[in-house]
Design a protein around this ligand. Structure first.
Ligand code: NDP
Ligand code: 2IT
Length: 446
């Protein structure tokens, strides 16, 4: 990092103490920016880096609710409205016990550049709560969502801030949140949330979009090397929304997905995962991944300890959570002959792992490019809501495919332009950043 960038980074660390994930995400972007600032001194003069690292608004609120035993429960709610220079704040809500301000800020920061890469008119934001949905009844989830929205609604609007799902927030939670927003405001404002159900303003393909998009991006990376997914052994970590639909698309493209996981362990099924069974266990029953092995008889095995990255594969798709793939895992993947790693999750690979993979010449796709299909399809949902229209599956998937091909091309060309062909980290960071930086300057000191 050059001196100016290092100074700005030090200031970010000093002004945001204890927020390790936020620091990590800022550093990751900053490490790509020296050549950009050299070519564009106006970014330095206008203090673009300093301005981008300070969220426009940070909202923290109490979320009180009653559990099934009539006990009062208190959680903390967050919405960090990071940047609105390219459009209304856009980004998901995460409900997970690990959530604190540093996680929401890392996700919001990442979202600014990801959303820029989609080419859609959306700014960056993120929110959530330290609420743990695990083991909670449907009634408890509903009451929590209603209380959360009772505070958050005043900050939202289709031209202001448009949340969606993330870890722990799927179609069911978006339904409860949307219902409460509608009730409080007395407005059927479809464009205020995305990831809605198809009969009440949702878009086809949004459910599949993140996982599908990650695999589409992977396919483009492989194509650029004269290769493809056909006949490849793939490992997907996690078994939530992103993991399930990454598995579906990889399978459609001729690959065999042999393993997936959750926080209790991982399953290996050398014949290829039975996706309908996995969907039944995860989407319908909300059970643990070990249940999959139990129902496949002797054909699949469950491992409670060890790491999913120990399983030999050609392509690794980390689709669970941040920092889930470290340097040791990267070394094992390299030793086992991995050819591509694409981040379906946000920041799942540690910086050391990314460096090892890149140094070994493995095609590596950073999350802000590879998982942008989800938020891009959210923007397509907003477009349908604004025109009171709904598109069919095939057309919407084509739009997603075009967007992912476009992001790949933009990242590849930018990397080339900056003398680092094949470096998708550099390409994504520079392409995402420059568009935001130009808008920051154009809109004046605000
Ligand atoms: P889900 O809640 O649907 O699934 C999350 C999966 O990851 C579960 O299998 C979960 O296991 C596992 N997981 C979560 N946290 C941990 C943890 N701390 N340790 C181990 N396993 C964990 O979330 P999504 O699939 O929506 O999100 C997955 C990732 O993709 C996240 O990084 C998210 O930010 C990112 N993402 C999501 C998008 C979307 O559209 N949904 C868009 C772009 C990125 P368990 O159930 O045991 O906790
Ligand atoms: O990380 C992400 O891009 C998401 N969770 C999706 C955000 C969105 O607004 O669809």
């Amino acid at each position: 990092m050059d001196t100016k960038i290092q100074e700005t980074y030090d200031t970010v660390v000093r002004r945001n103490p204890g927020e390790a994930e936020f620091h990590q995400s800022v550093k990751e972007v900053f490490e790509s920016l020296s050549p950009v600032l050299e070519r564009n001194p106006q970014y330095v003069d206008a203090a673009v880096l300093e301005r981008i690292c300070e969220p426009e608004r940070q909202i923290i609120f109490r979320v009180p609710w009653m559990d099934d035993n009539n006990n009062v429960q208190i959680n903390r709610g967050f919405r960090v409205e990071f940047s609105s220079v390219l459009g209304p704040y856009k980004g998901g809500l995460r409900f997970h016990p690990s959530v604190y301000l540093g996680i929401i800020k890392f996700l919001g920061f990442e979202q600014i550049f990801k959303n820029s890469l989609t080419g859609m008119p959306i700014g960056g934001g993120k929110g959530g709560s330290d609420f743990d949905p695990r083991g909670r009844s449907e009634g408890e989830i509903m009451r929590f969502c209603q209380s959360f929205m009772t505070e958050l609604y005043r900050h939202l609007g289709e031209y202001t801030d448009v949340p969606a799902g993330d870890i722990g927030v799927g179609g069911r939670e978006i339904g409860f949140l949307f219902g409460q927003y509608k009730r409080i405001t007395n407005r059927y404002e479809s464009g205020v949330l995305t990831g809605k159900g198809i009969t009440w303003g949702g878009s086809l393909v949004r459910t599949e979009a993140t996982g599908y998009g990650t695999v589409m991006f992977t396919q483009e990376m492989l194509k650029a090397k004269g290769e493809s997914l056909d006949g490849r052994k793939v490992i997907v970590s996690g078994s939530g929304n992103v993991a399930i639909y990454a598995t579906e698309k990889a399978t459609q493209l001729g690959a065999t997905v042999i393993a997936c996981s959750d926080s209790s362990g991982y399953v290996v099924d050398e014949d290829g995962l039975d996706l309908e069974l996995m969907k039944q266990i995860k989407e319908v029953e909300r059970a643990r991944v070990s249940e999959y092995a139990a129902r496949r008889g002797g054909r699949a095995r469950f491992a409670e300890s060890g790491s999913i990255w120990d399983v030999p594969c050609d392509i690794a798709l980390p689709c669970a959570t941040q920092n889930e793939l470290n340097a040791d895992h990267a070394r094992t993947l390299i030793k086992n002959g991995v050819v591509a790693v694409s981040e379906g999750a946000n920041m799942p690979c540690t910086p050391e792992a990314v460096a090892l993979l890149q140094d070994a010449g493995i095609a590596f796709a950073p999350g802000k490019a590879a998982n942008a299909g989800g938020v891009a399809t959210s923007a397509l949902e907003m477009q349908q809501n604004a025109s009171r229209d709904s598109w069919d599956f095939e057309y919407t998937e084509e739009r997603l495919q075009d967007i992912m091909v476009g992001i790949h091309q933009n990242c590849a060309e930018t990397a080339e332009e900056y003398g680092a062909p094949g470096n998708y980290v550099l390409g994504a960071n520079i392409a995402g950043f420059t568009k935001v930086a130009d808008a920051v300057i154009a809109l004046g000191v605000i």
